[in-house]
Design a protein around this ligand. Structure first.
Ligand SMILES: N[C@@H](CCC(=O)N[C@@H](CS)C(=O)NCC(=O)O)C(=O)O
Length: 233
């Protein structure tokens, strides 16, 4: 069986077809629409977490291997199918920076953005001090990222790596769910222009989310929840 990428549309699983396109490997892409906001039952049946991304592959013993969690899927594909490309190892000069930034996205950045976005900016936070804490932390994360991208073209240094593949969803498509404006961060915006110019990114987004407007500029798009016009997830 061929490596299969199960992509929940408008979600962080966009990282996986993007990675496959950048690596130039063969894979099968199966797209699933949200129903209406969460993953549909057939997606939830793929893995016990019920969340995207999920990949399936030959387990080497005539069976099927199923893997979830973005970072695990990215590392598995780079090492198993990509010959280690985009995933620097210990002898590489960017190794420590790569490791740090690769883990930073889902270890720190995405959870911070998600928590800060639970109460939209300007809305009553119900007196919960954690909301103000996470909004302030989110600004610090943006500033730290902007400072980083003022010094190099890509996240781990002047070389595109899997750390970039991890990051970009959180700066772009995630804004359909957690609105924020990037106008105060010129280096992040220039970085997103570089991302948008990559042929691998363009190819992947065309295959994975052909109907979604890409979010590569400063402004957040209209909320996904407004678009589906309902309260049920
Ligand atoms: N840390 C996990 C997070 C997975 C996750 O929350 N995925 C979201 C997509 S952005 C999801 O599947 N949401 C739909 C659902 O839970 O039904 C990863 O990176 O794989």
């Amino acid at each position: 069986m061929v490596l299969t990428v199960h992509h929940l549309q408008v979600s962080q699983s966009e990282r996986i077809p993007w990675l496959c396109e950048e690596l130039g490997i063969s894979y099968e892409l199966k797209n699933y629409q949200r129903a209406p906001a969460l993953a549909p039952p057939e997606y939830k049946a793929l893995h016990w977490t019920g969340s995207a991304p999920v990949i399936t592959d030959d387990d080497g013993n005539g069976g099927v291997l199923t893997l979830a969690e973005s970072g695990a899927c990215v590392q598995y594909i780079c090492e198993k199918h990509g010959g280690g490309k985009l995933f620097p190892t210990a002898s590489h000069p960017l190794y420590a920076d790569f490791l740090y930034w690769f883990h930073w996205t889902n270890g720190t950045f995405t959870p911070t953005i998600g928590r800060a976005g639970m109460v939209p900016d300007g809305k009553d936070d119900g007196g919960n001090p954690m909301v103000a804490f996470y909004k302030q932390k989110r600004q610090a994360m943006f500033q730290g990222l902007d400072d980083r991208l003022a010094t190099c073209d890509w996240l781990a240094g002047n070389e595109f790596t899997a750390a970039d593949v991890m990051l970009v969803f959180t700066l772009t498509t995630f804004r359909y769910f957690s609105a924020f404006d990037l106008g105060a961060y010129p280096h992040i915006l220039t970085y997103l222009q570089r991302v948008g110019a990559r042929e691998g990114y363009q190819r992947a987004m065309k295959k994975a989310d052909p109907d979604m407007k890409l979010v590569l500029g400063a402004e957040a798009p209209e909320s996904f929840f407004k678009q589906i016009k309902g309260s049920a997830l």
